[in-house]
Design a protein around this ligand. Structure first.
Ligand code: IPM
Ligand code: MG
Length: 364
């Protein structure tokens, strides 16, 4: 019997709707394994409501509570009444940086039944994984404000890149590229304009590349990269970029694959010293929260990434298969995909598809 301790952090907005949906499909999956696979969930009520009650997004000992878990399933952080930099730094970044989840991994594919916006792009032309540096760079938090409120006010937002930080993310990306069938990596840069840190970034990429002779790699400026993603999607496979560059490119990637409501993320601590965290990309989406119309597919896909990370590859495959059966049916599309299905409709359909699949999981 394999039993995993999973921390659930629904957070804010539609996070509170999609995380319970994620739990439901994981339970449905476990139920088909005759006890071979089990999840022990523990929920943490952190986020905007917690902030209103306690003045912080999560308690001071919150990270400690997460450390003994096998993985974390996270919804979103963001609240209309609280400044975004407080919700972000007080919860999500605190967890990512505090648990050294330095590799943010964002796969993009056009799932069956999804109408993607690019005219000439076939589903097989778009199969990417974007690796985002997740602990430093433009999100290092270094900087400050001087002369606040006076005409001479100054604000500095310093992007900090360390050799160790750049090397470990490049190595992770090269390794991932080597494990994928096409063995291709595109290193995104901006070393023409950003002549210090990004030049170091390029140099380190070239150094790490020597350890991966089997990986075919190239370099692309971030601005040109947006055009290449639209015009030549099939020329890309694995991609590595800095924290902010990848933040922007992954929203573009999600839109090109049909909806932000589908895109998953894994915040990985590759050394497994600390648990990794899995979340949908979409954020709290206040405009639709409480309506039961949020698309839970991003959460299901990220739950599949969590299973893979735990070594449960067969369970992950089954979950994705169930998800793809459901996306293939336009009647089960939520509003972001132009449909009218609810979160509950999609969740129930995925659970039924899981239960209907005949082959039980191995009881190893
Ligand atoms: C993401 C999001 C966050 C980020 C937001 C919510 C601050 O856009 O995960 O991509 O910029 O990292
Ligand atoms: Mg983003």
């Amino acid at each position: 019997m394999r039993r995993y301790r999973i921390a659930l952090v629904p957070g804010d907005g539609i996070g509170k709707e999609v995380i319970p949906a994620g739990r439901q499909v994981l339970e449905a999956l476990a139920a088909t394994t005759s006890g071979a696979l089990e999840f022990a969930f523990e929920s943490y009520p952190w986020g905007g409501d917690y902030y209103r009650a306690h003045g912080v997004m999560m308690p001071a000992d919150g990270l400690e509570a997460l450390k003994d878990k096998d993985a974390i399933l996270f919804g979103s952080a963001g609240d209309p009444e609280i400044p975004d930099h407080i919700t972000l730094w007080g919860l999500r970044l605190k967890i990512c940086q505090g648990l050294d989840q330095y590799a943010n991994v964002r796969p993009t594919r056009i799932l069956p039944g999804i109408d993607a916006p690019l005219k000439r792009c076939r589903p097989e032309d778009l199969d990417w994984v974007i690796v985002r540096e997740n602990t430093e760079g433009e999100y290092s938090g270094a900087g400050g404000r001087v002369h606040k409120g006076f005409p001479m006010e100054v604000a500095a937002e310093v992007s900090v890149m360390t050799r160790a930080g750049v090397e470990r993310i490049q190595r992770y990306a090269f390794q991932l590229a080597a494990s994928r069938p096409r063995k291709m990596l595109t290193v995104v840069t901006k070393s023409n304009a950003q002549r210090h840190a990004m030049v170091m970034w390029d140099e380190i990429a070239a150094e790490v590349a020597r350890d991966f002779p089997g990986v075919k790699w190239d370099k692309e400026m971030v601005d040109a990269m947006t055009a290449r993603m639209v015009n030549r999607p099939a020329s890309l496979d694995t991609i590595v970029a800095t924290n902010l560059h990848a933040d922007i490119l992954t929203d573009l990637a999600a839109a090109l694959a049909g909806s932000l409501g589908i895109a998953p993320t894994a915040n990985i601590n590759p050394e497994r010293v600390h648990p990794s965290m899995f979340e949908p990309i979409h954020g709290s989406a206040f405009d639709i929260m409480g309506k039961g119309t949020a698309n839970p597919v991003a959460t299901f896909w990220t739950a599949a990434m969590m299973l893979e990370h735990l070594g449960e590859n067969e369970a992950a495959r089954r979950l994705m298969k169930a998800v793809e059966t459901v996306t293939a049916n336009p009647k089960l599309h939520t509003r972001d995909l132009g449909g009218t299905a609810t979160t509950a409709d999609v969740t129930d359909a995925v659970c039924s598809a899981i239960s209907a699949a005949r082959t039980p999981l191995a009881t190893a």
